[in-house]
Write a protein that binds this ligand. Structure first.
Ligand code: FVH
Length: 292
């Protein structure tokens, strides 16, 4: 049995798929939990598991010093917090946001007497409460607040603090998810190439997964080159060689009846960088073309 008297009480606003998953972990770890959700029915199961259900967001915020918010988006956060008294509250927002909105909300919270942490959840609900699943949350904002609540915040998922600038959690979140979409785009093109052939997608999938994992460490070399400014450092496959290979990819796509629309923009950037006389470099110079 857990001693709830020693555990930090938590207020949680938002009981969607993610909020409900978070709530269960704090209850299971013995944290006194007050919840509020716009649609009260979603709180019923948690009430049966020991959560106290507040009848308004304002009452939920008044109940405890630590307030966690996990709502659909910025608009819902603003709407829900508008009628609450945040003075002397520790506000932790786990709702997905842009970096600019996160920074503005930190200032908004400060003006209302609250301390603020922003979070970017790198997990889906089934990963919450399962350390072995590898999910974690980026946090940024007040370092004192992060230290004060580090243990409580670590209950649902791992924590990675990325800096005092409140926008950094959202920025890291979006950066990683953007890379993920690039990976999904590449995988979509690969599956499209075999779509009309007698090749089982289930046979390609493990080959694809292993290849992506094998290539992933290349990001460390990219980072090293960006830090040093020397984009030829440790080059294995030069930009000139890779651009020379692009017609093979485009011709194969055409032969397979597959649109090159996912690959072409990246190849175009590679060609532009080569045209600047960077043939001996790695692909890192493409990053400089992207940054306006
Ligand atoms: N679920 C996921 O896979 C991702 C994983 C990464 C992080 N995201 C972010 O987490 C936030 C919450 O996501 P969610 O999965 O819990 O979302 P829903 O299940 O759709 O629940 C939405 C909750 O927000 C409430 N809500 C929506 N609009 C309002 C509003 N105007 N006023 C008050 N509450 C509002 C909604 O309430 P209700 O519909 O039950 O009444 C839910 O509690 C999100 O930022 C993801 O990007 C999840």
């Amino acid at each position: 049995t857990q001693n709830t008297a020693e555990k930090t009480p938590v207020t949680l606003l938002g009981l969607g798929a993610m909020g409900t998953a978070l709530a269960r972990t704090w209850l299971a770890a013995g944290h006194p939990l007050t919840v509020w959700n716009r649609t009260p029915a979603r709180a019923a199961a948690l009430a049966a598991e020991g959560a106290r259900v507040a009848d308004s967001a304002a009452a939920a915020v008044a109940a405890n010093p630590l307030i966690i918010v996990c709502l659909l988006g910025d608009a819902s956060v603003e709407e829900v917090l508008a009628g609450t008294d945040l003075a002397r509250r520790d506000l932790v927002n786990l709702t997905t946001s842009t970096p600019a909105r996160a920074r503005a909300r930190a200032e908004w919270a400060r003006q209302r007497g609250a301390r603020y942490l922003d979070g970017g959840i790198m997990a889906v609900p089934p990963m919450i409460g399962l350390p072995e699943a590898g999910g974690y949350v980026f946090y940024s904002g007040s370092p004192e607040l992060f230290e004060r609540h580090r243990e409580t915040l670590a209950v649902p998922a791992g924590t990675t603090y990325v800096g005092e600038d409140a926008s950094f959690a959202a920025l890291h979140d979006v950066a990683l998810l953007s890379a993920m979409y690039g990976m999904f785009a590449g995988a979509a093109h690969a599956f499209a190439l075999i779509r009309k052939e007698d090749i089982d997608p289930a046979a390609l999938a493990p080959l694809l997964a292993d290849w992506l994992v094998a290539m992933a460490p290349a990001v460390h070399q990219t980072a090293d080159q960006l830090r040093s400014g020397d984009y030829t450092k440790g080059v294995v496959s030069s930009l000139a060689m890779q651009v020379a290979g692009t017609p093979t990819f485009l011709n194969t796509a055409e032969q397979q009846g597959v649109s090159p629309e996912l690959l072409s923009p990246y190849f175009e950037l590679m060609r532009r960088r080569l045209a600047e006389g960077s043939g001996e470099e790695d692909l890192t110079g493409v990053i400089d073309l992207l940054v306006r």
